[in-house]
Design a protein around this ligand. Structure first.
Ligand code: AMP
Ligand code: MG
Length: 414
């Protein structure tokens, strides 16, 4: 027997896809909607489709500083000179263009009725109240027609998107002052472990500082959740039951850290089974095999492993899509990118492996991937060094130059 075969005696491990299917099967988006000012919706999830109440731009306007003319007034060849009959700046509608004249016009200013084209000032000569330019002119040049960006009545944003700065700007361009968004998801974090100390306290023998509370609070903040912080739970069955049942009444989702494996001090799984039901436990990923999921009185609970890197990765793979679904988001999966390995890795076990890795721009302009030398599930410094996770399929090996799928952290932490 090879040592690597030890991992085959795990009993039934769910694949990542099976686990995700179970997680998402019953997860329903919170249906509480609030109206927020357009300036306050960054990172929030749009609750209704947005239909354009107006055209954008609302009127034909100039894309350049120059002169507005009626194109037939310009000779097809040679120079034409037209008197300048008015001056139109942005925000100040002019008057209908007198036939046979030009209007001085600036970027964003309304095109006067009777004009169909703008000539850049760099292509004109202005002398003695006249502007001279060479034909031919193509009608419509440098004019931004009404409705070019958005047509009145069209759907501009779909329910379920996360509002980014560009969507905020777009809503504002339509004159929309308030937007319907889902309320923030309330997520309770329940950190377990007798060994944990709070940063700021003097170090005690045998204790470690709690990093997962901070890791989780950052992850949840980056996903736009409202955190319900609870006291650290000792490694004690009754205390775990009490903390879980309390959190279940206050939160939309409970995430716990640690105590989810098979040790005698691991009580999260049995406490979930006692208070509600367990829907899955243990998944064929590395790191992060022990992961429990179930519900307590209808409140979903996910027990994440205690090792900080395992917690980070299982959060990204399993808690994140669940949270996104509960938040009402339409897109749950991150973009996976195909790159080229600059490393060697054997993964002879039936678990998909996620390596802490870095993207490097290769000489040919493609992306090559290097991995951190220490891939232990407690080595948080490797996760800080990394900007992506490199995926090594189960029962496989990767050689330098081989194609490899990666997920940038930038795809996971929002
Ligand atoms: P557990 O899943 O509780 O068996 O913990 C696995 C490992 O992760 C142990 O070495 C724990 O000390 C460590 N660990 C658990 N919780 C935390 C935490 N909040 N911060 C840092 N390390 C932790
Ligand atoms: Mg523990």
């Amino acid at each position: 027997m090879k040592l690597s075969d030890c991992d085959r005696n795990d009993g039934k491990l769910l694949t990542e896809d099976e686990a995700l299917a179970i997680l998402l099967a019953e997860a329903v988006a919170i249906n509480d909607i609030e109206e927020l000012a357009t300036g306050c919706v960054l990172g929030r999830i749009l609750a209704h489709n947005l239909i354009a109440p107006i055209n954008v731009p609302a009127f034909d306007n100039s894309a350049m500083d120059g002169y507005a003319v009626n194109s037939p007034d310009i000779a097809a060849s040679g120079e034409s000179c037209l008197p300048i009959s008015q001056r139109i700046a942005a925000g100040h509608p002019g008057t209908p263009l007198t036939p046979g004249t030009a209007a001085r016009i600036f970027t964003g200013a309304p095109l006067p009725p009777g004009a169909d084209t703008v000539v850049m000032q760099e292509h004109c000569r202005a002398i003695h109240g006249k502007v001279c330019l060479n034909g031919p002119l193509k009608a419509g040049t440098h004019v931004r027609p009404a409705g070019e960006d958005i047509r009145q009545g069209s759907q501009v944003l779909a329910a379920g998107i996360r509002m980014r700065p560009q969507e905020m700007g777009l809503a504002a361009s339509l004159g929309i002052a308030m937007l319907p968004v889902f309320r923030k998801l309330r997520v309770a974090i329940l950190v377990t472990g007798d060994e944990l100390q709070t940063p700021g306290e003097p170090p005690e023998p045998g204790k470690i500082y709690d990093s997962n509370r901070y890791l989780l609070s950052g992850l949840l903040a980056s996903l736009g959740c409202q955190l319900i912080d609870t006291d650290t739970v000792p490694d004690h069955y009754d205390a775990t039951v009490e903390a879980l049942s309390e959190a279940a009444t206050a939160a939309d989702l409970i995430l716990s850290s640690g105590g989810v494996s098979v040790g005698e001090e691991d009580h999260v799984k049995t406490a979930i089974e006692h208070l509600g039901q367990l829907a899955l436990w243990r998944i064929a990923v590395k790191p992060g095999k022990p992961l429990a999921y179930g519900d307590i009185g209808g409140t979903p609970v996910m027990g994440l492993p205690g090792n900080p890197v395992s917690l980070l990765i299982t959060f990204c793979l399993f808690a994140r899509p669940l949270i996104l679904r509960l938040q009402g988001r339409s897109r749950l999966t991150p973009t996976v990118i195909r790159a080229r390995a600059a490393f060697e890795r054997r993964n002879p076990i039936p678990r998909r492996e996620y390596l802490r890795a870095r993207m490097i721009r290769g000489e040919d302009g493609g992306t090559t991937i290097t991995t951190h030398p220490r891939q232990g599930s407690a080595v948080l410094s490797a996760a800080c060094w990394a900007d992506c996770l490199a995926i090594v399929p189960a029962d496989s090996s990767i050689s330098p130059g081989a194609p490899i799928d990666i997920i940038p952290f930038s795809e996971l932490l929002f």
